[in-house]
Design a binder for this molecule. Structure first.
Ligand code: ZN
Ligand code: ZN
Length: 250
């Protein structure tokens, strides 16, 4: 196997000391995507064509709004809105909700979804940034298995990392039988399952000490590794980076 463009960032992520190397990559890709979108990409016709069609998910609208380039976001929002209206307007003009109940509801009485709400809910799950990150994330997950088979030093590196968040752990478990076989597959499970258990136990202890530090009797005791145990627990369990949020309430 030849190294691909994903190999070095993947190895760097395993050196990062993060709660999940794939979340580390996700956070970097997300920051790059936000910079890219509002830096210049919103002016490029080929990208606008896609954002007009897909728009963004709620989380990425929030992050794009917080980025601060309000004109860039307004331009993308406006042409996306015009694109939405192309489908939505005829639906709104042609149908009363009662008439537009889809045929599906004849068979499944409980589902009274009509064409308008169907279009709205489908559209809500689209996101240009999520699509792009998901595609690249699958390449990174693929690359883990390629490097795993090729480089014993990489296996040692994986053993020494802080484990994975729950959803990336689940993704690895699901992908492994398609990527590895026989003893190599057994070895993979025998390493990553105890690694995950050990690191969930560690974060539970760190969070527990974070809570104990609120007891006045522990006021002068050392924090150990627990000062940021709450955001790291959220990253571990929910794959979510909350470290950019306002910290004034702690
Ligand atoms: Zn993760
Ligand atoms: Zn998104």
């Amino acid at each position: 196997m030849k190294d691909n463009i994903y190999t070095i960032p993947l190895i760097d992520a395993f050196h990062s000391n993060h709660e999940c190397p794939f979340c580390f990559i996700y956070n970097n890709m997300e920051n790059e995507a936000l910079e890219f979108m509002l830096g210049s990409a919103y002016m490029a016709d080929n990208i606008r064509e896609k954002t007009n069609k897909l728009g963004f998910c709620s989380n990425h609208y929030k992050l794009l709004y917080e980025h601060g380039n309000r004109l860039g976001l307004a331009l993308m929002m406006h042409t996306h809105l015009l694109e939405l209206k192309k489908t939505l307007d005829p639906l709104l003009e042609a149908n009363s909700p009662r008439e537009s109940v889809s045929k599906l509801s004849i068979f499944k009485k409980k589902e009274t979804e009509n064409n308008i709400s169907k279009f709205i809910s489908e559209n809500k799950s689209n996101c240009y940034i999520c699509d792009k990150i998901d595609r690249d994330m699958n390449r990174y997950l693929d690359t883990l298995f390629l490097v795993w088979k090729k480089d014993p030093k990489f296996i040692e590196l994986v053993k020494s990392c802080n484990g994975f968040c729950l959803s990336h752990f689940a993704a690895l478990l699901d992908m492994a039988p398609r990527k590895l076989s026989g003893n190599t597959l057994d070895e993979f499970y025998n390493i990553i399952i105890p690694l995950t258990k050990e690191n969930i136990d560690r974060i539970e202890e760190e969070l527990s000490w974070f809570i104990d530090k609120y007891d006045y009797r522990n006021k002068d005791a050392p924090w150990k590794n627990s000062k940021d145990a709450l955001p790291r627990s959220i990253q571990k369990i929910a794959s979510m980076d909350v470290t950019n949020y306002n910290d004034s309430n702690n």
